[in-house]
Each structure stands twice: as C-alpha cells, then as structure tokens.
Design a protein around this ligand. Structure first.
Ligand code: 1BO
Length: 274
C-alpha cells in the first residue's frame, strides 16, 4: 500500500472515512474495508460512531498494529485537560489503548491554541496517540501550531477535491513536513463525476470517476484521501488506484476545475478560510 510519510508518520494514502456512518453500518463497512485491503480508518468523537468503528476493527481479520487509526477531538473539548479526557473517552469507545493519529478537529475561536497544542502533545507523551495533527487549520493556525508544538504535527485534514483549490494550505503543509489528508475527496460525486474532464479521463484510462479523482489526490506529493462510501463494491473499487497513473496533462485538467472554488463543509464555527 502506498503511504505518505509525514514527520515520522507513515499514513496509508487511501483511508476509509466514516463520517455519517453509524451503528451496524459503520461496524460492517469498517470490517469490510479492512478485510479488503484498507489499513487506514478515520473517525472522530463528533461522528458518534467510535464504538461501532471499534467493533468493526475487532471483527476484521486484521491485527490492530497493522491499522492506522485516526480520531479527532471536537473543538469545544480542546482546552488543556478537556482534550486529554476527550481522547481517553474516544479510546474507551474504540476499545484500543492508542490511536495512530489524534487530531484537533477544528480550531477554536475562544480556547487559546497554545493550550490545545500543549494538551495534544501531552496525549502523545502519555502514549495515547502515536502521532498528532490538526484538521481544518488555516495558514495562520498552521504557522502558530507548528511553532508551539513540541512534537511535529503529522497532518492537516481539510476538505479537498478538484472543485476546491488548496494550493496555499498544501504549500504550508509541505513546508512543515505535514501531510494534507483530504476529506470529501470526491465532492460526493454528482457534478464532479459528471464533468467533461472526469468523463474524458474515465474513457482514457478505463476507470470509474471515483478512481480517477482519488488517483488525482494520491498522485500529489504529501496528499492522502479518506473517501467514505456505504456501497461495499465501491469501497473495494476506491482502493484500486495504485496500478495506473494520470499523466501531467490529466492532473492539470482536473486541477483546472478548481476555478469553481466550491466548498461543501462550511459552518458558523469554521475559521476564515485562506
Ligand atoms: C463537521 C465534520 C467535518 C469533517 O470531519
């Protein structure tokens, strides 16, 4: 499996995202993903599925040590003390002693970043997380967080797909040796899959729209992606992207779609995006 190495973390480039999957579906699909080759599972306290994800991991025939497991701490819980307690509660729900990557899910507008970064480092020092990182951080947050952190930050997980230019964030991640992990990497299909550019590349390479777009992600230096699907066949298909290559012109034609600059995930608690 192709991995992205970022500040000491070997992150499998294609992971299984679990946002919106809950209960038996989450358990069954996580086990299915692992049994079909995935080694990177992404969850969060806010997704309300950590117990089910933990059951899925135990149901799969894959040893825990071979799985790269990420969880995230929800933004109101990132004060020093709260953050550690939140991650311990996540570990209890997941039924594991550690996660491979613990992320601050969103920056807080009220809790000082220095407190949160100190707490995040504490989880690593205590062995609750093998690596630490952030999510939905802007350039300013990345600069501040990297300068405050005792341990290097392994990634910034952000929305990224061909309809959203993230060059500035990607450059900042690369500058600090961090991976960019793309969530909503497929823009949930729809208009992206229907675009002429994607359709042309599907014909050229004999691949599905999802495979073309996921290949675009993992072919970029330092980028990993965590697509979610409820469809067992598509989950398997999404991983079959390491046996073909997009040419530079193919990559450029998909990147050019970003002039639309369309973001799916924007909330009242979001930062001011770069
Ligand atoms: C609100 C959750 C965004 C993706 O983790």
């Amino acid at each position: 499996m192709h991995t992205v190495t970022a500040n000491g973390a070997d992150i499998p480039a294609l992971g299984f995202g679990t946002w919106t999957l809950v209960g038996d579906d989450a358990e069954r699909l996580v086990a299915h993903a692992l049994d079909n080759g995935y080694r990177h599972i992404d969850t969060a306290a806010m997704y309300d599925n950590e117990e089910a994800v933990g059951r899925g991991i135990r149901a799969a025939g894959v040893s825990r040590k071979d799985i790269f497991l990420t969880t995230k701490i929800w933004y109101p819980d990132i004060a020093d003390g709260d953050l550690q307690a939140s991650l311990e509660a996540s570990l209890g729900r997941l039924g594991t002693d550690y996660v491979d990557l613990a992320l601050i899910h969103w920056p807080s507008k009220t809790i000082p970043l220095g407190d949160s970064i100190k707490a995040l480092n504490d989880t690593r020092n205590k062995g609750l997380a093998r690596h630490i990182g952030v999510s939905n951080f802007t350039l300013g947050h990345i600069e501040e967080a990297t300068s405050l952190s005792e341990h290097p930050l392994a990634c910034n997980q952000v929305e990224y797909h061909p309809f959203l230019n993230q060059d500035l964030v990607l450059d900042a991640c690369r500058k600090h040796g961090m991976a960019l992990v793309s969530y909503c990497p497929l823009y949930r299909g729809g208009p992206l899959f229907a675009s002429e550019q994607v359709k042309t590349l599907c014909k050229k390479h004999g691949r599905t729209p999802a495979q073309i777009v996921l290949r675009w992600h993992v072919q970029q230096d330092g980028v990993a992606a965590i697509p979610r699907s409820q469809n067992p066949e598509r989950i398997v298909e999404n991983l079959q992207i390491f046996d073909f290559e997009l040419e530079p012109a193919d990559m450029a034609s998909l990147s050019a779609l970003s002039e639309r600059q369309q973001r799916l995930c924007d909330y009242d608690f979001s930062p001011t995006w770069d």
